[in-house]
Ligand binder design. Structure first.
Ligand SMILES: [Ca+2]
Ligand SMILES: [Ca+2]
Ligand SMILES: [Ca+2]
Length: 312
């Protein structure tokens, strides 16, 4: 099965490399497919991902590039985190049945800091930034869609938790900045986020961020705060599809000597993946029969989600 998946990756790259830009080039993250009824519960606990062999699927600290625009990164290369200061296990998956994408990331940090003076500046704290572009377009195509068709084909989820004392902004989504209704701490049609921590809330701890993301493909620009969930377009996820997704994580306390920098991303510095474009290929793998999933429970979750969707 793994061989099949790899061959599929090679085939897709061979077909698409002439017209698509990716970052990092030539790399693909495999998104594990959750069986029907075993989709993760969004509760800030990755234990429902536990059947997946992490060494085959997950992304670890060694994949992250240092970014010097927010923290000094001279002399650092890819993966040069100090594990006593910051380390990451990043998981990504999808469900055909629920038609959702998911991640569940655990971030160890020797000092979790939320102390920004301005409510909006999530990136000045220990924070998470995720960029999703399901249509799998090149950087030029994304920009052309923005400018020529007035249609944005990406979404960014930026947040720092717990909420800062300086104000109400804990999550910022470019679709509707400052709009409470689009935030994902309660489930909505676009997404649902839950987090937890093990250790000290503002000290040494491991935070877990678990997120369901609907396969948003775009929205008309210029609607401002008049936009609604009905103005957002979605697609149907399929086996073998590739989506773009990039992580950008900020460690506020690590300004060297030698905390080894504090901004780490799965996109390279200067590359399109280091921006809001989110260009790391994620292949939606077909079901892997070698994963020993537990028996699926009765579908209480999907029933409750159907009721939630019906509210909008
Ligand atoms: Ca969970
Ligand atoms: Ca740290
Ligand atoms: Ca920190």
């Amino acid at each position: 099965m793994r061989k099949f998946a790899l061959m599929l990756v090679v085939g897709i790259l061979a077909v698409s490399s002439a017209v698509l830009a990716h970052d990092p080039p030539g790399e693909t993250t495999i998104a594990v497919k959750f069986p029907a009824g075993l989709e993760p519960t969004i509760d800030g606990d990755c234990s429902d991902w536990g059947a997946v062999p992490g060494d085959q699927y997950w992304t670890f600290s060694d994949a992250f590039y240092p970014h010097g625009d927010r923290h000094p990164s001279e002399g650092l290369g890819r993966g040069d985190m100090d594990a006593s200061n910051f380390s990451v296990t990043a998981r990504f998956g999808w469900s055909e049945t629920a038609n959702n994408l998911y991640y569940c990331d655990t971030v160890f940090d020797d000092k979790h800091v939320i102390d920004r003076p301005d409510s909006y500046d999530w990136y000045a704290d220990d924070s998470q930034e995720y960029f999703l572009s399901v249509p799998h377009l090149s950087e030029d195509e994304v920009r052309a869609s923005n400018s020529d068709e007035n249609y944005a084909v990406y979404v960014g989820y930026n947040y720092a938790v717990p909420k800062a004392a300086s104000g109400d902004f804990w999550m910022v989504i470019g679709i509707c900045i400052g709009c409470d209704w689009i935030l994902g701490d309660v489930p909505n049609p676009l997404h649902h986020l839950s987090w937890s921590y093990d250790g000290a809330e503002y000290g040494e701890s491991t935070y877990t961020y678990e997120h369901r993301m609907s396969p948003f493909v775009g929205r008309e620009l210029g609607l401002g705060e008049d936009i609604t969930f009905d103005d957002m377009d979605y697609t149907t996820l399929e086996d073998g599809q590739t989506v773009h997704f990039t992580r950008f994580l900020n460690d506020d306390d690590a300004d060297r000597e030698d905390g080894r920098g504090g901004s780490w991303a799965t996109g390279s510095p200067g590359g399109p993946g280091g921006t809001w474009l989110g260009h790391l290929d994620h292949l939606l793998e077909p079901a892997n029969p070698n994963i020993n999933w537990p028996d699926a429970p009765t579908s209480v979750e999907s029933a409750s989600w159907g009721q939630i969707k019906a509210q909008y």
